[in-house]
Design a binder for this molecule. Sequence first.
Ligand code: ADP
Length: 616
Amino acid sequence: MTKQITSLLIANRGEIACRIIRTAREMGIRTVAVYSDADARALHVQQADEAVHIGPSPARESYLIGDKIIAAAKATGAEAIHPGYGFLSENAEFAQAVIDAGLVWVGPKPSSITAMGLKDAAKKLMTDAGVPVTPGYMGENQDPAFLAERASEIGYPVLIKAVAGGGGKGMRKVDAPGDFIEALASCQREAAASFGNDHVLIEKYILTPRHIEVQVFGDTHGNVVHLFERDCSLQRRHQKVIEEAPAPGMDEVTREALCAAAVRAAQAVDYVGAGTIEFIADASEGLRADRIWFMEMNTRLQVEHPVTEEITGVDLVEWQLRVASGEPLPLAQDGLSIDGWAMEARLYAEDPAKGFLPSIGTLELFQLSEADGGRIDTGVYEGGAVSPFYDPMVAKLIAYGADREEARLTLSEMLEDSAVWPVKTNSAFLINALEHPDFVAGTVDTGLIGRDGDAMTAEPMPSAQALTNAAMALVPRSLQAGFRLNAPDVRSAPFLLDGKRVEVDLHGPGAEELAPAMLVAEKGAVWQLSPWRAEGNAGGAAGDGAILSPMPGKVIAVEVAAGDTVTKGQKLLTLEAMKMEHSLTAPFDGVVAELNVAAGAQVQVEALLVRIEKEE
Ligand code: ADP
């Protein structure tokens, strides 16, 4: 029975809420947004036809409270709820509660979510359905000594995975038996904090691993199709960085075998709606059907769904809404084909040069470019803010091309033309990744950033020309004339670049007035250039050993004591913020002159945690 949905509540925020609103609007569906305190002025709230406040900023007091969301749907007369990804999207209890409330759930049956919800149970189910799974231990016994024995049997390296894990969290690679117990404890701690479940499974760590996933779609009439594969092998700490479709080096025979296995997996759980079957491939000899194993199923729309949309011409959100309305899938398998190549980069508000710490604050500058053939999915805007409460992804940049190289170059251009400030982004890092020879060749494995990441995360510096151009606008002509008079050969002057002293060549005409500060934007990075002043420059970021808390969070471990001698890069303490563990390290060799926190302390942003002093 079909009943076209005419109003939809989106139980999410950020870019995915905006993405869903776009298609709903095109289909003539009325949209209802929900929002927390921090999101009162968020883009999804502005774009929806109606918006309901559902509580304080922390997600567990707003976006994660199913009852509030269902009440909001009832109050606004919304007929259906789309959960987006993350938050409640894979919560079977919530899905059931939505259905019990007489609303349409835009997603799979709760029983399908449950069947795939825990990684261990899903692997068992897939084995029964004849889908190859990664070798490992997925049993009940969680005794550390017992798990260590299983790990040795499986053979190192192994991967410890939280059975309830997701989003790359709750995973530890262990290279040697001696490290197992500590890695297990850390993994369990993160799993308990993030997922409320500390059970783990142990898997063989696949060498030269590539992450290949297949988009599947089912309807309520028993049809299941696939929409080909995506390659998400470029990862940092198991989190996807750049995704593309199709997968480089995939031949037709392997594709058919892989996609058929994905369809079998979806059928095994009676799947309805959009889902993704994630596989891991041992790519040491290219992609081969007998070396690709099931990892898990994500029973929702994925972050990276746009690359599939770009190569198939299908609007996956439209399909979700049609299927939820009871319609059959708009296309059968033989109506689907791959056209061209698409690549997506996740633009994060974070600072790669500082260990990828999230960067929060007002987006005084937020300019993205679509170049030629680009698509931007975002949930923020210039003048808006990145809050510390949620995932710091600010946009997805998606490039399409006739072939892989065209898509890659377009994506690079989009990133180079982006300008975000004073919030830091990973833009320069993404450009470096796109230019890595392995990426260019299409032979990336998931360990690439772990091995070569340092070169990609180096703090970007503006070119001498860009600095000169900016400096000329800052220096009044009279002052430039002064340079010439006093020292005819010296044509440079000191400036402050993001608080650090730099010497800049001065050529060409300056401005009449001394501007207080200026932004320099180049290759996806933005800096602030300001005039050097004799006083007030000391103690800036350079050479200062003050370790400030980069965001509000909780100190979960302190590795040093006051008076300790430390070496550059040594871990000082671990901060938990935005559900992730972040290591803060020594900026140079020295001694711990000040230590202001102990494990367990809640800290505010910019709190002085530790101060390192250089040894005389
Ligand atoms: P999550 O649910 O957190 O996304 P997954 O199980 O999908 O976790 O794994 C995330 C990533 O971790 C994969 O894309 C892959 O890079 C890596 N990974 C997972 N399992 C293995 C394995 N057995 N060997 C090597 N890498 C793995």
